[in-house]
Design a protein around this ligand. Sequence first.
Ligand code: SF4
Length: 487
Amino acid sequence: MIYFMTKGHTWEHDVQTIIQVFYPNTHYYTTEQPVQEGITIESILQGEKAIAVFYENGIQKEQWEMLCQKGQSTEKEKKRVVKGSIYQLLKQKTAMRPQWGFITGVRPAKAVNELLDKGYTPQQCICYLTEGYDVTPKKAKLALDVAQSEREILSQNGGEDISLYVGIPFCPTRCLYCSFTSYPLTQYQSRVEQYLQALKKELAFLGEYAKNLQLKTVYVGGGTPTSLTEEQMKWLFEKMAEHFDLQKQGLEFTVEAGRADTITKGKLSVMKEYGVNRISINPQTMNQKTLHIIGREHTVEDVKKVYFQARELGHDNINMDLILGLPQETAEDVEQTMAEMEKLRPDSLTIHTLAVKRASRLKENFDLYTLTKAKEMEKMISIAFERAEAMGMKPYYMYRQKNMVGNFENVGYCMPHKQCVYNVQIMEEKQTILAAGAGASTKTVDFSQNRIERIFNVKSVEEYISRIDEMIERKRQGLYGLQKNMF
Ligand code: SF4
């Protein structure tokens, strides 16, 4: 448990975020005065000076002060020094060196893009991160590389472009670390047909709404979309094709095939037939023992088998997702996984670092697992990065999450011209994304006012089925109300 208190400001959330970098996965409480047992951190703002104080068992041990830059006393700058003072205090206290310093947003590349828009040079962007927020030069360069790659894609955005997301929230079983809207088929099999019928209604509405707009990317995610049967999958694509032109020239059409135990030759052929031109096969690790620990029922050999089947059927844009820091894995395991990737040669790799999410089984049974230490994670990330680069890949999108082991990042690497445009649009929020399915959120971008609005669907499959008309009505009001400003 960590306690904290603030004086002279009310940025509790920011204070807690920095504390979490150094003391992850514990409980955080605010207090009025230092607690008698355990650690309390106090954050004080006095004019242009921020002070952070460390108390142990109620006794003051150390403190750190930071001043706003000369002539700058904006709220943003004051917040920066508040966070910076706590960060420096805890960096000294714990002897940790967080690679992302005290930059706290989940999208560091978005921050760099905003600087580039303001006219900063690449070097000035690097300095902003390294000097202003103590980001390491390596991570600052990563953020800049990703931002520059994203800019190439975003520069092609047209005013009437949209993307479509379709969510299939079913999986064969639930993975240890999962916090997504995902329902195990063992329990929810009987709901799938009703779910698809509800989805059909929502797609019909969205298709009508989007008929004069330019569909650029389609992403069928989940869950695991391939947990549908071949017939269900075909039926779904047919319904989608009734309302959206899936064979349109230049359309990026991704299906998250996900787990190898759900992929068959038949489903891979159906995907090809309906114009899917990017699939993701996600082993997370190529270590058999770990697959078992995380609750996957397929083998490493199954992954290879479906991968080669997909290639044989002409799938020429295959992504693979990996997670670093899975329970009991070491840097050697990551070496082995990356060696397998080198043999398979996917077109892109999405490399996550493990995050302990609130709704996951991992969080519930936290005491049963030993998490990877930050130093080991750094090693794993370096191995993955170097091996991806050696394969000819470059980083093209990135995001961070709270409670990631070691406060690192998730990075998408790809071969030239194999970026997933949908992923970039999601990160940068520069395009309207229509979303159908339980837990899906439609995001509208109003360029005239630089405003983003979200329209949420309910998460529960049962409620989505029973309240589908209400979900559509919500969208009708949200989308048509905004449309006059948007397009
Ligand atoms: S396959 Fe993905 S969505 Fe399904 S349970 Fe595992 S992590 Fe969650």
